[in-house]
Design a protein around this ligand. Structure first.
Ligand code: HDD
Length: 760
């Protein structure tokens, strides 16, 4: 190159462009080793811990990567400017020709402001439009090299930053949080081998088996297209029409009609990867896997009447709960568990592991805990982070792979595709919340809103002008797909059809229903009754009941009775007439009661009713005990502000009976003090609050004369069976009142009290 190079203009920063023999040109077939991305002396965990979540992070060699601090904006102490950074003198008045004259076109300041405003909305997600998110980390318990080489599982104690978004499916962006619906549970792991998105739900199965049916499912559940109703609800004809013609949905319907569809908090629901995925180890061996997130705070749900009332009083109930838990340091936490099984094991199951309407019972394949996830930082900006985050099932990393689940196949396409219109082009991976902490180097170029400024003249591969870079990582470092063979028994040529076991639709629906407690079963029956009673066309209701008969005669009979449907329709003909013997008939793990959590009551809310004349010291003592136990007590009075206590203690109400009705709380304290008792007993809001707590099977504790409020509200401390109600306590002192509240919160609810219809 000698003479030629000397004759060319030379830029020392871009030596490689000139094809110089500068050491960057690899000998044929060889590659340049990648520079280390770790600052000297730091460990992977330290680097990852700070990346994305704030603090100091390793320098990325690509400006699109790295911690969000690089794009966080703080306007404290700054002057107002246009988007071009021009200081604005007056933000009140547009530029006019004379005080009463016309506005001038030259007013670039007004136009800068209005133009941006006119374009500040983007399309909402097709599904899962309503969501809330938080930052956190995943911590690996122990390396599992025998199972996978995936980065988050590589070393004990390793930290991988995550961003997690929870969502409802059907409702629009501004819809209520407490709709009866599946909840999305989408986790973006920013690993040092690239982003891994585990885009799951709070239920382990799905409505349909093939992505071909997804648009139909979504069109059926969304508001009906002619009048745009109902919002965030499946209780309408088109949904039930579709699912009743798709018997594969029976299992998922059991989950969606169960209390799982109305969680108490995002922090108290499980998450599932749903599909069978693959783990791949260094040796290239692969195993099937199902991912499970189990909440540290236990699985707790609302009851239907409560969810309906909450949706009016606080449509942001779950978003607020997540935000407040994190602000208060009661960090939501889940344990990640793996169900690992081999292809040979899967071959023997009575169901097909590629069928997303089936789960693998824990009794068949136990769950192996591998790490924990903690959410410990709220986003700084809802739009920039929660709205712009783009999860894609296609985002996996070395050590993981897909299975042949046909529902997953469609997802691998759909998620990337949808972001292109939602986020306005193919560079959505450069939006800060989406960009990996792992460096990005490839020859993809340009497109709308490109941020990176790739240097050099080379945008192709192979090249010699760029020193062969970026070079292929090769099979030892780079992602390789599992060379899964299509086995002789699966070789049919191209077919549009399903494997035989996909036609068995009812065994696991029965398994789920039979594994629930009587109270949970009653809620499922009531949910079907409610939803189907909203359906106008009788034939659709009949078809659902005929489908249910194949899963549970008892459930079908309860639903039919609730709908005044007599006689019962014939059971729907089965797609697979031969019966398959399931491995497991009852799986206690499928009941919400199976996961009470670690006993902590962190983040649970308690209403302490107060009114003028209250004996304030007792209330303050209960409040202090609850705070010490991690709960969130709030003083609720007829009006906000100072309360004239009967014992001279200084009390200030946090909220009023009107602006924070009692049903927003997990438990209720009725205070001591004769005058307060009179004031509260004459207040319909207080009385309705007590009755709601009772009806929703929550804990009510009365201190001293507060017990009289129970009488006025018509609440009996005795169960219909004659036994004492464990959720109603009359306490003589603050310490025992606090104990009763803590104990009640631990038990969450007292279903023994429940009747249908409710007696209160
Ligand atoms: Fe999906 C969003 C979960 C099937 C197509 N889906 C979306 C989100 C979650 C799920 C949690 C919201 C992510 C976020 O917070 O941004 N989806 C699931 C699960 C499924 C599933 C657990 C079954 C196992 N989805 C599914 C299929 C398709 C899609 C079969 C299409 C073939 N899903 C989408 C989508 C969305 C989406 C249209 C809308 C917004 C987005 O992707 O980013 O592409």
């Amino acid at each position: 190159t000698g003479d030629l190079a000397a004759a060319m203009p030379f830029n020392a920063n871009k030596a490689a462009e000139h094809g110089q023999d500068n050491g960057l040109n690899p000998p044929a077939g060889a590659q340049v080793p990648p520079p280390s991305r770790l600052p000297t002396g730091s460990t992977l965990s330290e680097v990852n811990a700070s990346a994305k979540t704030g603090g100091v992070a390793a320098d990325g060699s690509n400006p699109g990567n790295g911690p969000l601090d690089r794009v966080r904006v703080d306007s404290g102490g700054q002057r107002l400017t246009t988007n071009q950074g021009v200081p604005i003198a007056d933000n009140q008045n547009s530029l006019k020709s004379g005080l009463r004259g016309p506005a001038l076109l030259e007013d670039f300041i007004l136009r800068d402001k209005l133009t941006h405003f006119d374009h500040e909305r983007i399309p909402e997600r097709i599904v899962h439009a309503r969501g809330s998110a938080a930052h956190g980390f995943f911590e690996c318990y122990d390396a599992v090299p025998q199972l996978t080489k995936a980065a988050p599982f590589k070393q004990a104690g390793k930290i991988t930053p995550v961003f997690v978004r929870f969502s409802t499916v059907a409702g629009e962006r501004g819809s209520k949080d407490t709709a009866r619906d599946v909840r999305g549970f989408a986790v973006k792991f920013y690993t040092d081998e690239g982003n891994w998105d585990l885009v799951g739900n709070n239920m382990p199965v799905f409505f349909i088996q093939d992505a071909m049916k997804f648009p139909d499912l979504v069109h059926a559940v969304k508001p009906e297209p002619h009048h745009g109703m109902p919002q965030a609800a499946s209780a309408h004809d088109t949904f039930w029409d579709f699912v009743s013609l798709m018997p594969e949905s029976t299992h998922m319907l059991m989950w969606v009609m169960s209390d799982r569809a109305i969680p108490r908090s995002f922090a108290t629901m499980q998450g599932f990867g749903v599909h069978t995925y693959r783990l791949v180890n260094e040796a290239g061996e692969s195993f099937f896997v199902k991912f499970h997130w189990n909440p540290k705070f236990g699985t707790h749900s609302l009851c239907w009447d409560e969810a309906v009332k909450i949706s009016g009083a606080d449509p942001d109930y779950h978003r607020r709960d997540l935000w407040e838990r994190i602000e208060a340091g009661a960090y939501p936490e889940w344990e990640l568990g793996l169900q690992v099984f081999t292809e040979e094991q899967a071959d023997k199951f009575s169901f097909d592991v590629l069928d997303a309407t089936k789960l693998v019972p824990e009794e068949l394949v136990p769950i192996q805990p591998v790490g924990r996830m903690v959410l410990n930082r709220n986003p700084d900006n809802f739009f920039a982070e929660t709205e712009q985050v783009a999860f894609c099932t296609a985002n996996i990393i070395p050590g993981l792979d897909f299975s042949n689940d046909p529902l997953l196949a469609g997802r691998i396409h759909s998620y990337v595709d949808t972001q292109i219109s939602r986020l306005g082009g193919p560079n959505f991976h450069e939006i800060p919340i989406n960009s990996p902490i792992a460096p990005v180097h490839n020859n993809q170029r340009d497109g709308m809103h490109r941020q990176a400024i790739p240097r050099g003249r080379v945008a192709y591969e192979p090249n010699s002008l760029g020193g062969g870079c970026p070079f292929q990582a090769g099979a030892t470092q780079g992602f390789t797909s599992v060379a899964a063979r299509i086995r002789a028994k699966d070789e049919q040529g191209k077919v549009r059809a399903k494997p035989e076991l996909f036609a068995e639709h009812y065994n696991q629906a029965a398994l789920f229903f039979n594994s629930q407690t009587p109270a949970e079963q009653a809620h499922i029956a009531a949910a079907f009754r409610f939803e189907l009673s909203k359906v106008q066309v009788p034939a659709i209701r009949q078809r659902v009941v005929s489908m249910l008969r194949n899963a549970s005669e008892s459930l079908a009979a309860q639903v039919a009775e609730g709908l005044n449907m007599n006689p019962l329709p014939d059971a729907m003909p089965r797609a697979l007439p031969r019966r398959l013997k399931p491995e497991v008939n009852v799986s206690p793990a499928l009941s919400l009661t199976a996961r009470p959590g670690d006993g902590s009551i962190a983040g649970r809310k308690v209403a302490l009713f107060v009114a003028d004349g209250v004996l304030g010291q007792g209330v303050l003592d209960v409040q202090a005990s609850l705070v010490a136990a991690g709960a969130v007590p709030r003083l609720i009075a007829p009006r906000i502000g100072p309360v004239a206590t009967g014992d001279g203690t200084a009390l200030e109400a946090d909220a009023s009976l009107e602006n924070e009705p009692a049903f927003l709380f997990d438990a209720l304290l009725l205070p001591d003090g004769a005058a307060a008792m009179v004031a509260l007993s004459g207040d319909g809001n207080a009385m309705a609050g007590i009755r709601d707590q009772y009806r929703h099977c929550k804990t009510v504790v009365a201190l001293g004369t507060g017990a009289e409020l129970l009488d006025v509200a018509g609440i009996s401390p005795t169960l219909p069976t004659g036994d004492p109600d464990p959720g109603i306590t009359v306490a003589s002192d603050a310490a025992s009142a606090a104990d009763a509240l803590v104990d009640g919160l631990r038990r969450h609810r007292h279903p023994q009290r429940e009747t249908d219809p409710p007696i209160v």
